[in-house]
Design a protein around this ligand. Structure first.
Ligand code: ZN
Length: 587
């Protein structure tokens, strides 16, 4: 009997042919799939007989782009046809073609002579006998639609332009366009963003969802590596993190260390969440950075500790390191969750640890709402009072008063307050200009009409335009209210007393709580935004946003101890002595 050899898979081809240089990998030389064993099945979906669409929720540092390059190399060498490689935009596609793809192909002797290098200006087409790789940016849906190509790789799809509904969703469009090719192969990969992002939606649409199970070196129990089984000291101390972090077996509680990881990976296997009795055509894979052979358990713990106190950075950790979509815990906030954040300190009393007091003022026709907030070390904060005022004079009395501390000895004053300038704008500007001489104690603020790259933007207001007769220019602070509300609700979700918790005084009532929760986070196209629900008032929520802005302007995140540098930012009025700290000298 003479049997033909079994068909070669992508991983076998890579193990025999793909050469890595030191630029591409710490272990230069011939590619070895057993260094990243989880990539084997993913690459080999391109050489099996059934799989058509593969979606990978990828975390950072797992080697997925190398897997995609291996797929291209195999195609050029063994089954030449056209490949469509789609990146978020054309510039990225050119960079990828010149800096990674073409270099890798050139370094691999089996194919080095089969393709023509293309310089950057022509880098979007890489030709070889029997086909070409056409690279494209996803920002051109028309181009996407017109290519009859059976092999498609879409990388970083969650950075593709947001789908507006006017044109076709680029990922669905390509799937749709290729559906008449029975031998089509589509790879969709990205670090996820939210559950509405392209990659997660594509993953959810899969028939089978694979997770990578690895055996405990002690008891042999197969399990998925999960972040909550990573045990580490909760201080940002590199030495301790690298020495003490371990992974705890969910079965025998054995402490698994970094050196045991690669042997575990080599015995790993992909198992589908579903028990299917057929070979699925559309499959999904997900994997987090705990599996990376290049990232230690201690590094994952360190990244978490660095990110946990800022919602933007935590979202990045969840997306890029855990490979999971970000689920906003803030979507529904109940008035009760505000009242749960009441401390035992009565209204009007400043907690002893307080670094500074700030306030926010929302201006309405005929009255002002205000909130005063105490900022404690490590970004914890507590509202100490809230209320309304009818006139500028009434407001000033409240903003300028001395608030007693818990210890009964000292008193503190508000260091900076932000006043909404949306209603009777020039009137508010004038107040901020004149109320405190040359010193910024009251600053004008308004909500930005579009989302900003940071939390706020400073715009200079000039003294001699319109009817102004000011003696100095001023700064108008435009705030990205969505970002501030995210921050507030993120901090509100922390346990009372935990670092970074957003708290309220013991006398906080339901009227305040109802205003804070008058808005809910809702979906608007591909984004989530805060919207007023029903006809409720949200004045105190605006006040809290402005009080938070004032704290940010004061750089509160860097004020960590009671012994602050001597500053004389506040002066009640010119007759007062210079106040060397934010405490009342008579206290
Ligand atoms: Zn075990």
């Amino acid at each position: 009997m003479f049997l033909p050899p079994p068909p070669e898979t992508v991983s076998e081809w890579a193990d025999n042919n793909r050469m890595l240089t030191r630029e591409e990998s710490p272990s230069a030389g011939l590619w070895n799939t057993s260094n990243t064993p989880y990539l084997r099945d993913i690459m080999d979906t391109f050489t099996d007989k059934t799989t058509q669409i593969v979606t990978v929720l990828k975390a950072t540092q797992l080697g997925f782009t190398e897997a995609a390059i291996n797929i291209c190399g195999y195609t050029i060498d063994r089954s030449p046809c056209r490949i469509f490689y789609v990146m978020p935009d054309e510039d990225l596609a050119k960079d990828f073609s010149v800096d990674r793809l073409q270099k890798a192909l050139k370094n691999t002797p089996a194919i080095a002579k089969k393709f023509e290098s293309a310089e950057r200006s022509k880098a979007l087409v890489v030709r070889y006998p029997g086909g070409f790789i056409r690279l494209s940016g996803a920002n051109s849906p028309a181009k996407l639609a017109s290519w009859p190509i059976p092999r498609v790789i879409m990388d970083e799809v969650d950075k593709f332009p947001a789908w507006t509904g006017k044109e076709a969703n680029p990922v669905s469009l390509i799937k749709e366009r290729t559906k008449n090719w029975p031998w089509r192969k589509i790879l969709v990969g990205s670090t996820p963003t939210t559950e509405w992002g392209y990659v997660y939606r594509s993953y959810i649409e899969s028939e089978a969802h694979y997770q990578f199970y690895v055996p405990c070196p002690e008891c042999g129990h197969y399990q998925i590596l999960k972040f909550h089984s990573l045990k580490f000291p909760t201080v940002l101390d590199d030495q301790r993190l690298f020495r003490e972090t371990y992974y705890e077996c969910e079965n025998c509680h054995h402490h698994i260390h970094d050196r045991e990881k690669l042997p575990m990976l080599r015995k790993g296997k992909w198992v589908s969440d579903e028990k299917l009795d057929y070979q699925p055509k559309i499959v999904g894979y997900r994997l987090n950075t705990l599996y990376s052979p290049w990232v230690s358990f201690g590094e994952v713990a360190k990244e978490f500790l660095k990110s946990k106190d800022d919602p933007k950075e935590l979202m990045n950790f969840v997306n890029s390191w855990l490979g999971e979509p970000w689920k906003s815990k803030t979507a529904e906030v109940k008035a009760k969750s505000v009242l749960d954040k009441r401390t035992t300190i009565p209204s009007g009393i400043v907690p002893d640890e307080t670094l500074i007091l700030t306030a926010g003022v929302d201006r309405q026709q005929g009255y002002f709402y205000w909130v005063v907030r105490a900022w404690l070390p490590r970004m914890s904060s507590m509202k100490i009072a809230n209320g309304s005022a009818n006139t500028w004079d009434d407001l000033r009395v409240i903003m300028d008063q001395y608030w007693p501390c818990e210890d009964g000895k000292r008193k503190m004053q508000i260091v900076l307050y932000a006043v909404d300038s949306g209603y009777k704008t020039e009137d508010t500007y004038d107040f901020c200009q004149y109320a405190y001489g040359d010193i910024d104690v009251a600053i004008p603020v308004k909500g930005a009409s579009q989302s900003l790259s940071g939390y706020y933007k400073r715009t200079s207001l000039q003294p001699n335009v319109k009817d102004r007769s000011w003696h100095r220019s001023m700064i108008l602070y435009e705030v990205d209210t969505n970002k501030f509300k995210d921050l507030i609700f993120y901090r509100m979700n922390k346990e009372l007393g935990e670092d970074g918790c957003w708290m309220v005084d013991a006398d906080t009532d339901e009227q305040y709580a109802n205003m804070i929760t008058a808005e809910q986070k809702v979906r608007d196209g591909d984004k989530e935004v805060w919207k007023l629900i029903g006809k409720k008032d949200n004045h105190y929520l605006d006040c809290e946003v402005y009080a938070y802005l004032a704290a940010m302007v004061m750089n509160v995140q860097n004020l960590q101890t009671k012994k602050m540098e001597e500053k004389s930012v506040i002066k009640k009025n010119t007759e007062d002595e210079m106040i060397p700290s934010y405490f009342d000298p008579e206290g």
